[in-house]
Every structure is written in structure tokens, then in C-alpha cells.
Design a protein around this ligand. Structure first.
Ligand code: K7E
Ligand code: CUA
Length: 643
């Protein structure tokens, strides 16, 4: 960077500091333009081709105003440096994006029915999904070991039907799903960070406990539940019953606490009531105390649920501490040092910084819960979520102001203690109305301060108009420098709330199915029953007057069976299909004409689906995945006789 540019940038930073102060005193309009290179004004260094090098000076002549920064461009054939795991919102799925290219690499169906893979229609997915085909995923988090990702599992919530699911990272498919009992609106989730331990799930809605119709319109008897699911077995271990609702979740790095924001401490059922109190709570769950009570049987049961429930409804109790925080808190995020929890106010223009090292004293009664609060920075209108760069800075998404506000945590603490110090570093406008924000490795000890994603709820005029339902806009921001730099607009389909950005070297998927996922135990059990070798044998077995089971292998470009005779109309037919090919990227599938049956069978995979044979006639089945030059010929006839 030239002397000239440096001087210019320094001047700009000073301007930003000033505007930060203005913002803090409520003159927010004045700050709207501040502090962010946009893609229109400041294109990143072009043509450098280095992928990860600094953009400036590596090729082309960047415009004079272009600050140094990372190059977001990933050349065709080159790989991204990060996996981004996106929640898929109301689509019920998870999405994998490459970062920084923002290319969508894959969708992992979880709570949804999905035509390409047969997810939700195949036998095993049907069994675990319990007949439900909608989901509302908000939060994806990976399993941890020692404060960083261990590359084993992805956990994802379903707010719609109160479930938690898990995806195996080796094959990137859902392998477990559990219903969270006694609760509704499973929203914030977070796994423990010291090892693969518990995954905590917050219920956003309060309901009667039990919710059996004996209590209806009496909100004083509604409660929320904080649920611990074992991240290995996916069994529900315990629940804690609290007054008030719970929104976002977080965990510390030691395994001592889990956290939940509570925006409805009022326990209201209408909007005005929920917003009435000036302060709400950050709940801190004392995991050792809860475990002690569970082990000692000091628990209650709710309805017919076998899960032990710790009653923490008393104003003071050893299990849950309530730290008063700014009005209607939303996000709670732990900084990469593990020292601070940052709570965003949502209906207050402030954040609250909680010193986690003080919590033990507060639980012991040596200090008041409120004394754990070490800063209350004024951030802007509608703070929601916070990410970190590992250099002491926090990046809070500001919904109403539509920006990402970068601020320094230690400076905010000093300002709170009375020092004259500016903590706002600068702001970056985003388009528009940002919900979550997350940065590369931000939820780990290894936060690296390179890329930040702003998940904007509205795209409005940013893309070609596609009708009344617009895409969202997940924007990519380079945070490697002092000034944030917006480098990419990423349209996304409804409605990924959150994402995590994970260094690619931490994830090691296979290309050939390793047959270790839970569903294979089901196939093996059937095969054993019928004396079948799944990878070798094809056979049509009549199991009863109306039941047929068919084992069939496939190898490009052939199904082992090209005719399936002997089926009677109304038969319940199960097809168990195995792909013998162990060639990377060689998926087959099974699709049966006019039967609503379609599924994928990946290399060395097995999949199965059950359906009722239709009216008498000839039906072609075919491989729906382009697998070979003779892919269209990969088909056979299914003969249905009159009964
Ligand atoms: Cu902020 Cu559901 Cu994480 Cu939406 S939640 S933004
Ligand atoms: Cu096998 Cu197409």
C-alpha cells in the first residue's frame, strides 16, 4: 500500500471512529455510509490467480481506492479453503457452500422430503422422521474436541417439530434424529466444545408441562425446557424446566456451563407483554449441579416422558442463574478465548458482555449475577448475533441499521469501567437487514479473522426480480484488514438463518459409501433374515400374500434384474437396491414409473423403498442418475398382474 493510501485509510478510520460515537449516541442515520468497501466501489485485486494471497499488487492495477485484502475469487477447478455449513431454514435441509467462492456444493436433506435422493420416502428415513416432512432449521453446529471442530458430526435443529438431527461428516448424510420431549419451538442449539459431549437445545415456546389439555389458557403454568442430548448416542439425557422462554444457545469451552438467552422473561403470550420488561435474562446452566441432581434422582417427570427433569423454576436455585441483560436479548456468542459471552440486545441498541470467569463466584453467592456483566457497548439498532476474528474484535449484526458493526471487546470493557476510549472500530453496510453473521472458525479457539458472512434477510433490489418471493442475500465480507470489505452477494433460497465456516482440512468425507451409518444395520438385518449378501445377490422373495421383497444390485449400465415378474396389484413391494460400483461419482438410483418412487444409490451404497403396486400393467423402472453413456438404457420392466 502506498503512503498515500495509508494516509487515506487512516483518515477514514478516524472518520469511522467519530461516526461510531455518533451511532452510540443514537444519530444512526449519519453512520449509514461508513466504513465498508463495497463491491461496486472497491473491486478486489483482479486477475491475481493466487486464490488466497493478498489481493493488492498481485496482478492488474487495482483502482486507487481498493484496500489490500483477500482474494475471494476461486478459479474454475480450484478448491475453496473453507466448508460453509448453512442451515436451510424452512426447506428443512442443510447446505454446504464453498467459502470464499460461495458456490453451493451440496444440499443435505434432513427434515424435508426430497425427490432426488428419496430422503423422507426411503424406508429408513421414513422410520426416523416419524411421518413428518417439514422442518425449520435455524442452527447448524459441528461436534468439537478441545475447542475446535473434530470433523465428525453436524447437529441441526428443527424448530417446527421440536427435533434435533445429526449428520455424519464422513458421508454427509443424516444418521440420527430425536424428538425433544415436553417442548415446542426447538430453536437455539449448541454442542459442548471441550469434547463430543452434550448438545443443548432451547425451547423458544413455553407450554404447559405436561401439555395434555389439562391446562390451556393459563400462561402462569407455561414453562420452557433446556434439553441435553447426548451427542454420541443422540439420546435425551435430561431437561431443565425454567420460567420464561429460551432463544439462542451457547456453551463455554470448559464444559461447565451452557447458556440461553431469554427474551420473554415476562412470560407473555402476546407481543406487547413479551416486550414490556426493560431487562431480560441470560440463563446460565450449571452443568455439574444439574448432573448431580439427575444422578441423585432429584428430578421430576413430565407426563409420560421418561426423561428426568430438573425443576429450576424457583427464583434462586443452584441450577440456573439469571443474569439481567439488555431488553429482549437474541444472540449469545462466546469469544474465541472463552473468556466472554456476548449477548445482543435486539430491542436495545446495546450488547452485554459477560465475564465467564466470574460466573462461579455468582453461583456461589459471592457476587450478584449482574456483577458478571463487564461491558454494555452501544452497537446500533437491533443487534442480533456476534462473530469474532481472534484478534480481540467482535462483529455484531445490526438488523435495523442493516450493517455489521466491528467493535473491540477490551475497549468496550474499559469504556464500561469509565475510561474515555472508543470501542467501535467501523461499520459495514449490508443489503439488507442482516440476521446472523458468522466468521471463519469464529465459534472455535481457532478463529482466524479472514471471512465473515452476513446472512441478510432481504435482498430487495440486489438481484433480477424473481417475483414476490425474493431470495435472501448471504454476503461475503473480507475482515482480514482494519476495514471490512464486502466482496460478494450470495442469493439463497428460504431461509438459512445461520452458518458456520470451517477450515477445509478439518473435514474428511469419503467418496465411496463406507456403510457405517445407522441405516446399514437395518439392511443387514433384512439380508440376514433372507440369507442374502447385499453386495452380490439379487432375488425376488414373496414374503406373504401381499408382501414382496426384492434385492437388486446395479452396476453401470445395468440393473441385475431387467424384469420383475410375479407382482400382483395391491402388493406391498420393498426394493432394496445396492450399487456395486466403487467408482467415485458413480451414483445410480431407482425410479419406478407412475409409483411416486425415486431414490439415489451412491457408489457401494444400499437404499430401500417400499410402495404399493399399482393397477395391472407394465411399468418401466430406470436409473435416474446420469451414470454412463448407456444410462438411458439402464432400465427394466415391472410386471403387475391382476390379483
Ligand atoms: Cu437469529 Cu433462529 Cu439464529 Cu434467525 S435466529 S436470525
Ligand atoms: Cu445408472 Cu444411470
Amino acid at each position: 500500500m502506498s503512503k498515500n493510501e495509508e494516509a487515506k485509510n487512516a483518515g477514514r478510520r478516524n472518520f469511522l471512529r467519530t461516526s461510531g460515537v455518533l451511532g452510540a449516541s443514537g444519530v444512526l442515520g449519519a453512520t449509514a455510509l461508513a466504513g465498508c468497501g463495497s463491491q461496486n466501489q472497491d473491486p478486489p485485486g483482479t486477475g491475481s490467480g493466487t486464490g488466497t494471497g493478498t489481493g493488492s499488487g498481485t496482478g492488474g492495477t487495482p483502482p486507487e481506492t481498493a484496500p489490500a485484502g483477500l482474494n475471494p475469487h476461486v478459479e474454475p477447478g480450484q478448491l475453496d479453503e473453507y466448508y460453509g455449513f448453512w442451515s436451510g431454514g424452512q426447506s428443512g435441509e442443510i447446505r454446504i457452500l464453498g467459502v470464499p467462492s460461495m458456490r453451493e456444493l451440496k444440499r443435505i436433506p434432513v427434515f424435508n422430503r426430497e425427490s432426488a435422493t428419496g430422503h423422507g420416502a426411503t424406508d429408513w428415513t421414513k422410520q426416523v422422521m416419524g411421518g413428518m416432512h417439514v422442518g425449520d432449521t435455524h442452527h447448524v453446529h459441528l461436534s468439537y474436541n478441545d475447542g475446535t471442530y473434530d470433523g465428525r458430526y453436524i447437529y441441526v435443529n428443527d424448530k417446527a417439530n421440536a427435533r434435533l438431527a445429526r449428520v455424519r461428516c464422513d458421508v454427509m448424510e443424516m444418521d440420527a434424529m430425536v424428538e425433544i420431549p415436553n417442548s415446542q419451538g426447538t430453536h437455539g442449539i449448541f454442542p459442548q466444545r471441550h469434547r463430543t459431549g452434550l448438545v443443548f437445545c432451547n425451547s423458544e415456546f413455553q407450554i404447559p408441562t405436561p401439555n395434555d389439555g389439562s391446562v390451556l389458557d393459563d400462561p402462569t403454568q407455561y414453562y420452557g425446557l433446556h434439553t441435553a442430548v447426548d451427542g454420541e448416542t443422540m439420546e435425551v439425557r435430561w431437561q431443565v424446566k425454567v420460567p420464561g422462554n429460551m432463544d439462542l444457545a451457547a456453551t463455554d469451552y470448559q464444559g461447565n456451563y451452557s447458556f440461553a438467552t431469554c427474551y420473554n422473561s415476562e412470560r407473555g403470550v402476546h407481543l406487547e407483554e413479551m416486550m414490556s420488561a426493560e431487562r431480560d435474562w441470560l440463563y446460565v446452566f450449571n452443568l455439574a449441579e444439574i448432573q448431580r441432581a439427575v444422578d441423585a434422582g432429584q428430578t421430576i417427570r413430565i407426563g409420560s416422558s421418561p426423561v428426568p427433569v430438573v425443576d429450576a423454576t424457583a427464583d434462586t436455585n443452584p441450577f440456573v442463574m439469571r443474569i439481567p441483560v439488555a431488553k429482549s436479548p437474541h444472540g449469545v456468542n462466546i469469544d474465541p478465548t472463552g473468556h466472554y459471552a456476548v449477548v445482543a440486545g435486539k430491542l436495545s441498541p446495546t450488547g452485554t458482555v459477560v465475564d465467564i470467569t466470574k460466573i462461579a463466584d455468582a453461583f456461589a453467592g459471592r457476587i450478584e449475577p449482574r456483577e458478571c456483566v463487564v461491558a454494555e457497548p452501544e452497537l446500533g439498532l437491533g443487534p442480533l448475533h456476534t462473530a469474532f476474528d481472534g484478534r480481540g474484535n467482535a462483529y455484531t449484526s445490526i438488523f435495523i441499521d442493516s450493517n455489521i458493526t466491528k467493535w473491540n471487546i477490551e475497549n468496550a470493557i474499559r469504556a464500561h469501567a469509565g475510561e474515555q476510549v472508543e470501542y467501535i472500530v467501523n461499520r459495514c453496510d449490508v443489503q439488507y437487514q442482516v440476521g446472523h453473521t458468522n466468521a471463519s472458525m469464529s465459534e472455535t479457539r481457532e478463529a482466524d479473522g479472514r471471512w465473515l458472512i452476513a446472512l441478510c434477510k432481504f435482498s430487495k433490489d440486489r438481484f433480477l426480480n424473481v417475483g414476490p418471493h425474493k431470495p435472501e442475500n448471504d454476503q461475503l465480507i473480507d475482515i482480514s484488514g482494519e476495514t471490512m470489505r464486502l466482496v460478494h452477494d450470495g442469493p439463497t433460497f428460504s431461509e438459512p438463518h445461520d452458518c458456520v465456516v470451517v477450515r477445509a482440512d478439518l473435514i474428511h468425507p469419503t467418496s465411496i459409501q463406507n456403510r457405517e451409518a445407522a441405516r446399514f444395520r437395518l439392511y443387514e438385518q433384512w439380508a440376514q433374515e433372507d440369507g442374502i449378501n447385499l453386495l452380490e445377490d439379487s432375488r425376488i422373495i414373496r414374503k406373504g400374500p401381499q408382501d414382496v421383497r426384492i434385492y437388486m444390485t446395479s452396476r453401470a449400465p445395468n440393473f441385475a434384474l431387467t424384469e420383475i415378474p410375479g407382482i400382483k396389484t395391491g402388493d406391498r413391494v420393498q426394493i432394496i437396491c445396492t450399487n456395486q460400483d466403487d467408482v467415485e461419482d458413480l451414483s445410480h438410483g431407482f425410479c419406478l414409473s407412475r409409483h411416486d418412487v425415486c431414490m439415489v444409490v451412491n457408489p457401494r451404497d444400499t437404499n430401500s423403498i417400499t410402495f404399493t403396486a399399482g393397477a395391472p400393467g407394465v411399468y418401466w423402472y430406470y436409473c435416474p442418475w446420469f451414470c454412463h453413456a448407456l444410462h438411458l438404457e439402464m432400465r427394466g420392466r415391472f410386471f403387475v398382474e391382476p390379483r
